[in-house]
Design a binder for this molecule. Structure first.
Ligand SMILES: [Zn+2]
Length: 276
């Protein structure tokens, strides 16, 4: 076996007695980068599903927009998101010892690892007004599967699952969103916009529940080995029937079921990682 430049610093958790036993959620390790209200709700959902290996990272303060999804309490306002979420996770399940240390995340040779990244992007109308987000996690194993979420306006873009090395850059996200996608422009003032604002927390919580299942499916894919088939409807990294390429999904509040499928556009990509 070739040596990895990303050795796993920790031993695998308690091994199954037999490889014939099904994998357990305790074998799943999730690294969360960016902890807005939706990502925090996703961490809570994963814990409730039995995932104890949670590495949560975002030192920015909890804002009012992060509340209501079940991840943070009003008393967390102004506290660092990662510290507040660690406390919440420990309170929900004493077996969970969450950390905020990407450098301690196991390498991708350990099955069951998933990276979740949640970031805000400028909407097409705001293009040019926001600097590109810095890339502080350059040391991650490029083979980790990545579930990436991109907020633009009130809408949320879920990029298909790709290896961390093929993560979309801001140009990929902007080009895929394009102008005029619902929810990505300036918020309106009609009843639909009011309902979307009222329901924002409920919408984020519902999307987080769906994403939790997808993260579990991605982890189970690697835990099950190459010969097993995990039901993969929707989690994006398996080509769709008929040979279609995976598409990004745009969740637009207020209705959790209102999802647009977008063709990926990496034609403007300057990161050199466009997938042929
Ligand atoms: Zn790109």
């Amino acid at each position: 076996m070739p040596s990895s430049p990303f050795p796993d610093p920790r031993p695998a958790p308690e091994l199954r007695a037999s490889c014939l036993e099904p994998p357990r959620p305790e074998e799943v390790h999730v690294l969360l980068l960016g902890l807005d209200g939706l990502a925090a709700a996703l961490a809570v959902r994963l814990l409730r599903c039995g995932v104890l290996g949670l590495n949560v990272n975002d030192g920015s303060p909890v804002t009012a927009a992060d509340l209501g999804t079940g991840g943070f309490h009003p008393g967390d306002l102004g506290r660092p998101r990662d510290a507040a979420l660690r406390r919440r996770l420990r309170a929900l399940d004493p077996r969970c010892a969450p950390v905020s240390a990407p450098e301690l995340f196991p390498g991708a040779l350990l099955p069951g690892t998933v990276v979740v990244r949640s970031a805000a992007h400028p909407s097409p109308a705001e293009e040019g007004r926001w600097p590109d987000a810095p890339e502080p996690w350059t040391g991650l194993d490029p083979r980790h599967p990545l579930v990436s979420l991109h907020r633009a306006g009130t809408a949320l873009l879920r990029w298909p699952t790709v290896p961390w090395a093929h993560r979309p850059c801001p140009d990929c996200v902007r080009a895929t969103l394009g102008p005029g996608e619902p929810g990505t422009g300036e918020p309106g003032t009609g009843p639909g916009a009011v309902l979307a604002a009222w329901a924002a927390a409920a919408h984020a919580e519902a999307v987080a529940a769906e994403l939790a299942v997808e993260v579990l499916a991605v982890a189970l894919d690697s835990l099950s080995g190459p010969t097993a088939t995990v039901p993969a409807v929707g989690h994006g990294h398996v080509p769709r029937a008929g040979g279609d390429r995976p598409r990004a999904r745009l969740f637009v509040p207020p209705w959790p079921g209102a999802v647009a499928q977008l063709e990926l556009d990496r034609s403007l990509c300057l990161c050199g990682l466009a997938q042929a």
